[in-house]
Design a protein. Structure first.
Length: 473
């Protein structure tokens, strides 16, 4: 009797859920989590689609506890383990191999990093897995009905992150090269229509407003584009788990060696996404959604199974899981040498440290009747979360979608951040305040942060506020 997929995947799903829950309240909220928690409910934002913000708001209605806010990320990480088991299952692999794929996915680097903090990336990863699984099933069935589901999922994913458009283009190109007949099926047409109709509101909103997301991406490229290009290949290996290099490599290459037409689309898809990442190097992890399905398929590749026994493969997955836990999650204290070393390997750890102290430093300098204006949305979020009630109601930021929530009504403000302080000349008079002191492990944008007290925007806020607008990551 065939073992149900849910029964095979349940143990790793439970395990990763318990691990992520256990460490979910260590350190503090991530840079982006602080931002999402401030945003009002809207159907569109300048710098991103709204789904993650909506879910953050929903979790906050239940509780302000950090572990509650992160429940959607934990659930998506667990669901990713289930989907990983479905890849070898689609090829008819045994239950132990399906289980191995689920365990390996649950405890490799990238899913753990993104499952620990609730940002747009974890939902995006799950959507990429599902879309690629649907394309694989369409190839295996030799007909396009599964492409309809792929288009539906990709369209819905555009309400979370528009990056999936790059995957859709890469998949369409790959199918044109490897299985062009599928693109002529009714299912392909249904999937295309579903994708276009569902994604259209978010794409059209960007176009109508002058593509502000491209300006956000350009800011990230300016900050780190050269570095991302240099480290992209080693970063991909790190995110997929260095011990698993041979596994995902064979998952990409073996379909071409063995003449397996069903999985041949995955290699060109991955290479096209990598090319896109090199052309737009704002972040180094864009290709992971296309690589992790190759990892799931690699466990059952003929090259690998001929070389290593199931016991050896399990030991390999276990070793990768142990290393991943140490690198990805706050299992050890943030202070001391280990905290510093971990933050260098995993910047998401760095971006969770020190927020109560930063909020306190700013609010301690606020004078009666002053509003706070910062050019860093995360710092505004920290004040909103950790500051006294009067500060929470009087903190503003010109960065990204928070700019629309201003300007303040007060004539007196504490300007925080280099971009904000750079506008001091737009006020009647200003005097310096103490600069922000960074934590031992701090983001580069939280180092050497100046502050000034200013009075009287000249001639008024309607004139000054647009100059404080900042679109960046």
């Amino acid at each position: 009797m065939t073992v149900p997929a849910w029964r095979i995947a349940t143990p790793p799903m439970i395990a990763v859920t318990l691990v992520l829950l256990a460490v979910s309240s260590r350190h503090g909220p991530h840079w982006d989590e602080l931002y999402f928690a401030q945003l009002p409910l809207r159907w569109w934002y300048e710098d991103q689609p709204p789904l993650t913000v909506w879910l953050t708001w929903l979790m906050r209605q239940a509780s302000e506890a950090l572990w509650v806010q992160r429940l959607p990320a934990i659930a998506a990480a667990a669901a990713g383990a289930y989907v990983a088991a479905l890849f070898p299952r689609a090829l008819g692999a045994s239950a132990p191999m399906q289980s191995l794929a689920a365990w390996a996915h649950a405890f490799t680097v990238y899913p753990l990093i993104m499952g620990h903090v609730f940002t747009t990336s974890i939902l995006d990863l799950l959507a990429w897995q599902l879309v690629i699984l649907c394309v694989l099933r369409a190839n295996l069935a030799g007909q396009g009905s599964w492409l309809g589901w792929a288009g539906l999922i990709a369209g819905l994913a555009c309400w979370n992150k528009l990056l999936i458009v790059a995957l859709v283009i890469a998949l369409a190109t790959s199918l044109l090269l490897t299985a062009p007949r599928l693109l002529r099926t009714r299912g392909a047409l249904v999937g295309t229509v579903a994708f276009v109709v569902i994604a259209a509101p978010q794409v059209a909103a960007q176009v109508v407003h002058g593509l502000p997301m491209t300006e956000v991406s350009a800011g990230l490229v300016d900050q780190q584009g050269t570095l991302v290009r240099l480290v992209l290949v080693p970063a991909i290996a790190l995110f997929a788990g260095p011990p698993l290099l041979m596994v995902w490599y064979t998952g990409l290459v073996d379909p071409w060696r063995a003449g397996d037409r069903a999985g041949r689309f995955l290699l060109p898809t991955f290479l096209l996404v990598v090319a896109f990442n090199l052309a737009s190097p704002s972040q180094p992890y864009y290709a992971m959604g296309a690589l992790l399905p190759a990892l799931a398929l690699g466990w059952v590749s003929p090259t690998l199974t001929a070389r290593w026994s199931l016991a050896t493969l399990r030991r390999l997955a276990l070793a990768n899981g142990v290393v991943s836990l140490m690198v990805c999650l706050p299992v050890l204290p943030a202070d001391g040498p280990w905290g510093w070393a971990q933050a260098q390997l995993n910047p998401t750890i760095r971006d969770q440290i020190g927020w109560p102290g930063y909020a306190r430093q700013v609010t301690d300098q606020v004078r009666p009747g002053e509003a706070i204006v910062t050019d860093l949305y995360a710092l505004a979020g920290a004040i909103h979360r950790y500051g006294p009630p009067e500060a929470r109601d009087a903190v503003f930021s010109g960065q990204n979608a928070l700019w629309a929530e201003g300007p303040p009504s007060q004539e007196k403000v504490l300007l925080v951040g280099r971009e904000a302080v750079g506008q001091a000349g737009s006020f009647e008079r200003c005097e310096p305040a103490r600069a922000l002191q960074p934590a031992a492990v701090a983001h580069a944008q939280l180092k050497d942060v100046p502050m000034v007290h200013c009075v009287g925007p000249t001639p008024d806020w309607a004139t000054v506020w647009p100059s404080l607008r900042r679109l960046s990551g």
